[in-house]
Design a binder for this molecule. Sequence first.
Ligand SMILES: Cc1cc2nc3c(=O)[nH]c(=O)nc-3n(C[C@H](O)[C@H](O)[C@H](O)COP(=O)(O)OP(=O)(O)OC[C@H]3O[C@@H](n4cnc5c(N)ncnc54)[C@H](O)[C@@H]3O)c2cc1C
Length: 467
Amino acid sequence: MGHVTRIVIIGGGPGGYEAALVAARLGAQVTVVDRDGIGGAAVLTDCVPSKTLIATSDLMTALQDAPALGVDSGTVTAVDLARINERVLALAAKQSEDISEDLVKAGVEIVRGFGKLAPADGAATTAVEVAVPNGEDLLLEADAVLLATGARPREMASAQPDGERILTWTQLYRLTELPAELIVVGSGVTGAEFAGAYQALGSQVTLVSSRDRVLPGEDQDAAQVLEEVFQRRGMRVLGRSRAASAVREGDRVVVTLEDGRSVTGTHVLMAVGSLPNTEGLGLPEAGVQTTPSGHILVDRVSRTTASNVYAAGDCTGLLALASVAAMQGRIAVYHALGEAVWPINLKRVSANIFTSPEIATVGRTTFNAESEDPRFDVVKLPLATNPRAKMIGFTDGFVKLYARPGSGTVLGGVVVAPRASELIHSLSMAVDLHLTVDQVASVFTVYPSLSGSIAEAARRLHSDHED
Ligand SMILES: Cc1cc2nc3c(=O)[nH]c(=O)nc-3n(C[C@H](O)[C@H](O)[C@H](O)COP(=O)(O)OP(=O)(O)OC[C@H]3O[C@@H](n4cnc5c(N)ncnc54)[C@H](O)[C@@H]3O)c2cc1C
């Protein structure tokens, strides 16, 4: 390539900043335009704050379970939400600062402002217009543009957030006192994580779920375990209950359900999905097509329908995970810079739900071990009989493994356990590297350990296969 490739990235979340680092290291001239702060929603309002809060709620769960292990946790179990949230926000700000420093060190230029594509004029290059707050607008010429503008909480007109008692997940960290009675509307991953966390912190939580069970769309065996644990810990779980509205009445909130029933509490968290940040980006004028849901249409190497324009992360609606956003972003710049690329493969993504216990999954799963599916051999081992689980007093989870009949190739797995997010990695390797159950079973595991059950599940699949 005769000249230095200029790449402009709109959005400084994981979809944008990971791509920027890779592109700069490969010698491109890179500019990141972000309106809110480097790190994006992932660092400032979503992933990082929620998992930091959950570090405290996990500690509370451990204290609540302590008597079973012979420890009287006495009176230490009151939380100071103001201090927790101060820590959460400071940690998020520091993480944003650290990423900015990494970008600057790598030679990336950071521009604070709102970016949009300049209309396509048929030229080989494209351009980004930036509205800079209190400054002059900029026009950045580029050989390639990456759109990584993320998503925001979906709001219902009949349940308008006020930032005090009717809240989105981005507003929770302003609270200085623990909600006495928190209603969580929405039982997807976000709703379930916050419902579990606040119950552990000491709120009386009511989880309003429009479906039969929490975590619709996730592994059903795992969802069942979690729902049972939630209820055992005193959470009220309302299934088949669709919220129609949420309003304030003095210092209380009333959530009215579509069937006319109502639930009252002191606060409500609306966790009813996300909308992509794709308005005002000049997409139609630039020839970038979107789906009916407003997401940017991309192929497996992150190309949009406009030449030299790529997109990554939540604005594409592929899979709303920071790890997927980062991978899409890296793939985009590899492609733009003419490097070798492997198209994204969502069958290998590992993901985790940070409830207590955690639910980690990788690869192909069929949602229910009992449902016969000839495409899979499956085994599900409860962890209650695992010696390490007994020692730590853990009774609820399981390990589930899926393999291809005949060859025994590992296709996927589910782990429901404390720190399942760490345990799943061995299965992620197995799926990615096409290992067989025999290979997984032949690897030493520590005795006693929860991972021993992963090897044991693999051994069981071998004997199933022999039968
Ligand atoms: C509560 C919650 C918890 C989560 N926890 C996890 C988790 O534990 N693990 C995980 O993998 N995923 C998690 N996710 C998902 C994860 O946060 C997203 O998948 C991730 O943030 C997507 O990254 P992104 O780069 O696409 O967008 P974002 O992180 O949203 O960043 C986009 C950035 O672009 C900026 N921007 C938007 N439009 C413009 C514009 N026109 N001009 C300039 N800047 C613009 C935004 O201000 C923002 O800074 C969680 C999500 C939620 C809601």
